[in-house]
Design a protein around this ligand. Structure first.
Ligand SMILES: Cc1ncc(COP(=O)(O)O)c(C=O)c1O
Length: 431
């Protein structure tokens, strides 16, 4: 008994240490974010302990009256936010959203065109991910290293040659909009379903920035709800398609790849959607201008920031070639020891290189923006990175600088209510 209690408390201690780690670090992972107080509260409700398989008002279990009300409300909020005909808030992650779409829209052996992995494509669109699991015949668009985007002429040629059932766009390293408008005529000529995976940029899209895929030629929009969209770890799908297509996607989700859909995170997603309707435009704009500011500062300090010809980035993310500073693995690990958390990343020029030893790092500014950092703090971050990986200053010195900078920014912004970030357990205990 005593040993087991100690084990349970040890886990709580790990959670506290983890909170402290993030409280004291500069968080620059492009796929993460922190939540608002109201969204956080939803995670700790009884919604989290219940089942509601299926669609609202067509459930398999009793006790879902209020869940139905909440899910209907969530759908309406998402339809309003993304100006879409349909929305489904059930996927429990971006990958599950993608699996459901693939399952609903395709059969084994169907053709799909996807972004290339070395051009920032995600594993769920890879042969060894969900696309491969469904047994699809996939081909990837060529990538243009000059524009840091899908090569438009190459993509057009591929679409006309393969005539895929589904054309998928959207990457994990996604600095510039996908060329939907440019390829719109080709989509029509081929007659393919056009699906935009906005996992990374969907918070920017919600804020009316980056691009507007459902008005530019895509009929399906999927995403994670915890990257630039600052909500819980969950997923969502929006549709601007014909009803039979939407019904197939919903069947792909349930009973295809979901059973229950984690009702507390769905409620939390709904709160975040309401907050994005209120604050999303400003949050998206501030995030993008911070990303540009950080890119420009790193560039002026001598770093090889990709996408220079197009102003480095139009989103929350930037990619930096650090092969001259020891490579992505070395740089990411050195920065981690110095209180700056980001990840190593393959770059388009890394053909044949292992993903564990790439040339680049990926930097996202959506979380530091969320806690109130602005352009002058982007300069401070660039300077810390430069002092660490170019001037080789000690880990202790850089850690102290990172902590000092972070200590000035600990409140979650762009939301209703006030919350001190990274201190959730302490706050719960004091209530
Ligand atoms: C383009 C893309 N699609 C899908 C996903 C998967 O999202 P999740 O982590 O929510 O499963 C990611 C995650 O980074 C992504 O970058």
């Amino acid at each position: 008994m005593k040993g087991n209690l100690e084990s349970a408390l040890k886990i709580r201690d790990m959670a506290r240490r983890h909170n402290r780690l993030f409280k004291e670090s500069i968080p620059l992972i492009a796929s993460e974010n922190i939540m608002s107080p109201l969204a956080m509260e939803m995670l700790l409700t009884d919604f989290g302990f219940r089942y509601a398989e299926g669609l609202p008002h067509q459930r398999y279990y009793q006790g879902n009256e209020i869940v139905d009300e909440m899910e209907d409300y969530t759908i309406d909020l998402l339809r309003k936010l993304f100006r879409s005909k349909y929305a489904d808030p059930r996927p429990v992650s971006g990958t599950v959203a993608n699996m459901g779409i693939i399952y609903g829209l395709t059969k084994v052996g169907d053709k799909i065109t996807v972004p290339d992995l070395s051009g920032g494509g995600h594993i769920s669109a890879a042969k060894f991910g969900a696309v491969g699991m469904r047994g699809l015949d996939s081909s990837s668009y060529p990538y243009d290293e000059d524009t840091m985007s899908v090569d438009v002429d190459g993509a057009r040629k591929l679409l006309l040659e393969k005539r895929p059932k589904v054309a998928l766009f959207g990457q994990s390293v996604f600095m510039f909009p996908a060329p939907l408008k440019e390829l719109r005529d080709t989509f029509q000529e081929v007659g393919c379903r056009v699906w935009y995976d906005g996992a990374h940029v969907i918070g920017l899209i919600a804020g009316g920035r980056f691009q507007d895929p459902l008005r530019e030629g895509a009929e399906i929009l999927s995403g994670s709800t915890h990257k630039t969209f600052p909500g819980p770890q969950h997923g969502m799908v929006m549709g601007e398609c014909e009803e039979p297509v939407w019904k197939s996607i919903q069947k792909g989700l349930f009973p295809g790849v979901l059973s229950n859909h984690h009702l507390n995170t769905m409620a939390s997603l709904a709160v975040t959607a309401a907050e994005m309707l209120e604050f999303g435009e400003k949050y998206a704009s501030d995030t993008i201008s911070n990303a540009k500011a950080l890119a420009e500062e790193l560039h002026s300090l001598g770093f090889r920031v990709l996408g220079e010809k197009r102003g480095f980035t139009e989103s929350h993310v930037l990619a930096v070639d650090v092969s001259g500073q020891g490579g992505g693995k070395h740089v990411a690990e050195r920065l981690e020891k110095s209180g700056i958390i980001l990840n190593k990343n393959l770059l388009p020029s890394d053909k044949g290189k292992k993903s564990q030893d790439p040339s680049g790092i990926r930097i996202g500014v959506q979380e530091v923006t969320r806690i109130g950092m602005g352009k002058s703090e982007m300069k401070e971050i660039a300077s810390l990175i430069h002092r660490s990986v170019v001037r080789n200053e000690s880990e202790e010195k850089i850690t102290a600088g990172a902590r000092e900078l972070k200590s000035r920014f600990d409140e979650v912004r762009y939301c209703f209510g006030k919350l001190k970030a990274y201190e959730y357990i302490e706050i719960m205990k004091s209530q």
